[in-house]
Design a protein around this ligand. Structure first.
Ligand SMILES: C[S@@+](CC[C@H](N)C(=O)[O-])C[C@H]1O[C@@H](n2cnc3c(N)ncnc32)[C@H](O)[C@@H]1O
Length: 250
């Protein structure tokens, strides 16, 4: 039996039970091994499909913007994996579109009792031991399956994201970000990362916040409010996500 890790959810009891049935169906799939990977759509929930559509929507916005993609708050790495596939589909020869993921891989380091309202605690949203090594194998698979596979075009950086980001930027001052995906949920690292990326974004860069205007995780909105204010840029929303919001730098 796998360990359960604490995450916040808003699903009803019926939704949870229904998903449990789907999970059992997946675990007992009669689909032969050689057909499973190409039939994962059988098991995708509406939420999972929405996430894919949202990631696709934002990826399309950076196709003509120079720069790399960074996600802050990777967890199991589904977004990084999707970005790998979108890069292969839309710009297979753009070996300069590096994808970089920052995470502690140990969950929240701390929460600010005032700004994050204490809905979570340190250690929430951790992953299983050594997961980052497993995720690297998944990312390696995607690179091998796609053009220019001899050039590694992704990086996973473990540790406190703002600390690691500042280090990365001092070692690579030429960095331009075309897409920033902020999904650490909590205030302090989001604010510090937002401050650190200034000077490394350009007109057309897209900055996504996974949770805006959301009382269970107020931290990302407070970080945005303090660093840029809420009225400096238009905050777009997507039909595929009730919580996420994004800014296109103009
Ligand atoms: C909600 S999860 C990310 C989910 C992921 N983006 C997705 O869509 O599946 C939040 C992540 O932020 C990470 N995180 C929180 N605080 C962090 C910090 N100070 N530095 C790096 N990562 C952090 C946690 O470890 C966790 O994996």
């Amino acid at each position: 039996m796998k360990k359960t890790i604490k995450i916040s959810g808003r699903s009803s009891k019926e939704e949870i039970e229904n998903r449990q049935r789907l999970l059992e169906l997946l675990k007992n799939t009669p689909i032969p091994d050689n057909e499973i990977l190409n039939n994962m759509g059988v098991y995708l929930t509406r939420n999972a499909v929405s996430r894919i559509l949202f990631m696709h929507e934002i990826y399309r916005k950076i196709l003509d913007v120079s720069g790399m993609i960074a996600e802050f708050g990777v967890r199991w790495g589904q977004n990084l994996s999707l970005f790998e596939s979108f890069r292969a589909l839309y710009e297979p020869y753009n070996y300069n579109r590096k994808i970089i993921g920052f995470d502690t891989f140990e969950g929240f380091l701390s929460v600010d009792l005032e700004k994050d309202k204490g809905f979570s605690k340190a250690g929430d949203y951790s992953v299983t031991e050594g997961y980052e090594k497993y995720l690297m194998q998944i990312m390696d698979y995607h690179e091998r399956d796609n053009p220019i596979s001899h050039i590694k075009k992704y990086e996973l950086i473990k540790g406190d994201a703002p600390t690691e980001l500042k280090k990365y930027l001092s070692e690579n001052p030429e960095t331009i970000f075309a897409l920033i995906y902020l999904d650490m949920d909590v205030y302090r690292p989001t604010k510090d990362c937002l401050e650190a990326i200034s000077g490394h974004i350009t007109k057309g860069s897209v900055i996504v916040f996974d949770e805006l205007n959301f009382h269970l995780f107020p931290g990302e909105t407070l970080a945005l409010k303090e660093v840029w204010g809420l009225d400096k840029y238009r905050i777009y929303r997507s039909a595929h996500s009730p919580l996420a919001g994004y800014i296109v730098i103009e």
